[in-house]
Structure formats: C-alpha cells, structure tokens
Design a binder for this molecule. Structure first.
Ligand code: SPD
Length: 282
C-alpha cells in the first residue's frame, strides 16, 4: 500500500499526494505542524491536515501574494507580513530594492522551525531587513504605531488560530495600520470549496466597505484544494490595474528574471474572474 497524504475538502473528494516519509511532526500550542518528503513535490508542510506548501509549487503562492501588492504600491519601504512563518512571502518582498524593513508576525514558532529545517530554499531568515516576531498578528496590527506601506496576510485556513484573519474588525485594524497610499493583499481560499464561501464573502464585504479599491485575483496552485486559489488586493487608492503598475514591472527586469510565475501579463490576467467566482462575493 503506497504511503499517501489526503486532504479532503468536499465530503470524500480531495487531493492525494504520494509520500516517502515523515520528516517532522510537532503539536505546538496552536496546531499540528508536519513535514513530509513526497514522491515528486519535494518536501511538503501541512498544518492540522491542510497543505501549506510544497517545495515544488510554493513559488506560485509566494510570488502572487507578494508582487501584486509590491508592484501596486508606488514605493514600498515598510512591509508587514501576518503569518508567513515558512518565510516564502518575506523572501519575495525582500527582492524589492525599495524595501527597508519587513516585520513578519507569526504566531507559531514551530512553523519557522520546520521551515528552517526542511525548506532551506524558502526562507531568507538571515536577511538584515527582516524582523521576525512570534506574536498574535491580530493583536499586533491593532497596536501599530509606525504604519506600513504594504500589509500581506499570509495566514492559514479559517479554522483554528487563523479564523480571526477573516473578520471585518481585523481589516479595520489593517486599514488603520497602513500609510496613506497603503496596499494590502490576503489569501482568501479556493472558489471550488463551498465551505469557505462564508469566510470569502466576509472578507470581500469588509474590504469593499473599508477600502477605496478592493479586488479578488486568482492563481493556480496544484497542491491547494481544486488548484484554483483566490487572493484579495485592497488599497487606499492605488489601482492594481493602472498603467503605473505596468511601468513599475517593466522597470524591474532583474527582479522579474528571478520569478517563475508572476509577470506583467499574469498580474493583469489574474484579476479576470469567471462568473461563478464573481458570484461568491457579490
Ligand atoms: N489551504 C492552504 C492555505 C494556505 C495559506 N497559507 C500558506 C502558507 C504559505 N506561506
């Protein structure tokens, strides 16, 4: 019998990943963090039975949650990442030469520990511009004194410690913690998983009420439920679809060369939504 990992997301329907062996398992104060060596996806991290990243496909999620925000902002210097303990989002953000300081607020030190041990190509933890804090991201954002240009919500699914990251109050705190041309991106689950719809609806309704501009965008992540993944981009006025974004992307050829998913066409195309996806948040 082959060793397999199954994440069931619709009754008995799910995703199966072939495994070689268990590399790490720790029940922290918050959740169960596991790392497996897989058949063809490199190492795989799961939290409470849900896939967080594999070495082979992590670039899609991390590039899309980071660069859409970073190129939408005219000059991002201070960045806050809520969650993101594997370090992949920070790695992408730190590729932008304008960045002077990144605070990454991860509630669970075990995620960082697992990443440092088993995902050496993901984190850029020794970067002097990265400050890692082990705190509750919601409490942190409530008390921000020195605002951020970009806030990225790289949390887990809306169960357990990440549940509060899908609430309106949290996005009000984020709005208050952003500079006047601030930009926010957040992961907002799979449009194919109906049990996520209430959380998706809650986030997009909140962003719509609070921010000047808010839009959903999509990317394709093979090891996430059904492969289609949604994210939110909300701003105090910067338009993620403006010609300024095109100019900024074009003026960064060296950064773009390091990427495997994100490019100018993907940035703009990602905001084109199928009708059934639009209806989830209408
Ligand atoms: N079901 C997957 C939800 C993924 C959210 N975050 C992933 C962490 C990658 N940095």
């Amino acid at each position: 019998m082959p060793l397999q990992y199954n994440e069931y997301y619709n009754e008995q329907t799910g995703l199966t990943i072939g495994l070689r062996k268990l590399l790490f398992a720790k029940r922290s104060d918050y959740q169960l963090v596991e790392v497996y060596e897989t058949d063809t996806w490199g190492n795989l991290m799961t939290i409470d039975g849900m896939v967080m990243l594999s070495e082979r496909d992590e670039f899609v999620y991390h590039e899309m949650i980071s660069h859409v925000a970073m190129f939408t902002h005219p000059n991002p210097k201070r960045v806050l990442i809520i969650g993101g303990g594997d370090g992949g989002t920070a790695r992408e953000v730190l590729k932008h030469s304008s960045v002077e300081h990144v605070d990454m607020v991860e509630i669970d030190q075990t995620v960082v520990e697992a990443s440092k041990l088993h995902f050496p190509s993901v984190g850029d933890f020794d970067n002097p511009n990265l400050n890692v804090l082990y705190e509750d991201g919601i409490a942190f954002v409530k008390n921000v004194k020195d605002p951020y240009d970009v806030i990225i919500i790289d949390g887990s699914d809306p169960v357990g410690p990440a549940e509060g990251l899908f609430e309106k109050d949290f996005y009000q705190f984020c709005l208050d913690a952003l500079t006047e041309d601030g930009v926010l991106t957040a992961q907002t689950e799979s449009p194919w998983v109906e049990s996520y719809y209430p959380s998706m609806k809650k986030v997009f309704t909140a962003l719509d009420e609070l921010f000047e501009i808010s839009k959903m965008y999509l990317s394709y992540i093979p090891l996430y439920p059904a492969g289609m993944w949604s994210m939110a981009c909300a701003t105090k006025g910067e338009d993620p679809l403006s010609s300024d974004v095109t100019k900024r992307i074009r003026s960064n050829p060296d950064l773009l060369k390091t990427l495997n998913y994100y490019n100018k066409e993907v940035h703009f195309g990602a905001f084109a939504l199928p009708n059934f996806v639009k209806r989830i948040v209408e």
